[in-house]
Design a protein around this ligand. Sequence first.
Ligand code: ADP
Ligand code: MG
Length: 361
Amino acid sequence: ELLKAEAVRREMFNQIQELRGNVRVFCRVRPPSPRETSEASASICLETLPDAATVHLRLGPEKSSSYAFNRVFSQESTQEDVFGEVSGLVQSALDGYNVCLFSYGQTGSGKTHTMLGGSDATSRGIIPRAVEKVVEASKINEVKGWSYTLKASYVEIYNETIRDLLSTVGHSDTTHKIIHENGSTTISGVTTAIVESVEQANVLVRKAAGARKVEATQMNAHSSRSHAVFILHVSGEHASSGTRMEGVLNLVDLAGSERVSRSGASGERLKEACSINKSLSSLGDVFAALASKAKHVPYRNSKLTYLLAPCLGGDGKTLMFVNVSPEEDSSEETSCSLRFAEKVNACELGRSSQRKMTTHK
Ligand code: ADP
Ligand code: MG
């Protein structure tokens, strides 16, 4: 009975997703940090509406804007709430879909918290929960005659170079190439770990997270200057019919979207910041091309978009989180992030933006 209900629910989810188009955008507002709460001057410029779909940004005494997304998570929402809304999408990798989940936003807005989270059961984020869900769901399907192989890779894209976060030999000079062949995507020379249990997956994820390149900037001591992509290949085979299924789940913690000037970048840092901006704008260009149904989609303009091409186009499924900070200090960056996300959101059904600009006196 449970298995049946699960299958029906998944099928319904897939149908809904089909109707909605392949790109969705969720907004998540993080709570103010203790510093922001204690500072007398700290003031909150974001408000989430009870419809759980609108966020209201105040940009000055006379200017504010509303942004509508498929879902808006207020600062009260838990990791469990968030995962509850993406669990269906995650499981569609078992049905053979190419799935991609991004977190986009300025440094300190909660991207890593959303994707990776803390190490305890309540604070862990989407990556550990997703692996757990896929492992569980694959075990359920085994009863129906399916057998699955789950393979994980974890890479970082830094200055247009791919680094293997699961490599046991440390940072080597190996050049990793993205290869699209026979309908599947691989990265040459990158470690793939077979995942058989949740515990094993957790160890993997934590180790890789530690290997991630972090560099201090004026904005945030743990600012991540790179994209981290967790890749889970799901291949299934049905014993009696011989049917094969290949799905991929990509969970992407994007580099900070802040502009160069604000983080005081110079020299080597400037080069990093420019390249980050380049690949994020390449992502925007790909969404724009898809939305306008352009003949040419510029996937090849960055490593990130080239790697994720099968998810972004065709019958792939994409969900982007736009992570935002509620405090006034960040309102300019928040505005940039929300506008970028709104453009991505407009890709679904190819309809135009829903944003309403209001000026009141
Ligand atoms: P980013 O990866 O975008 O730079 P982080 O995920 O590191 O940002 O978040 C910055 C800080 O805010 C971290 O200390 C993180 O734990 C905290 N934080 C972010 N989002 C939340 C949230 N929803 N609830 C509680 N703390 C959060
Ligand atoms: Mg981060």
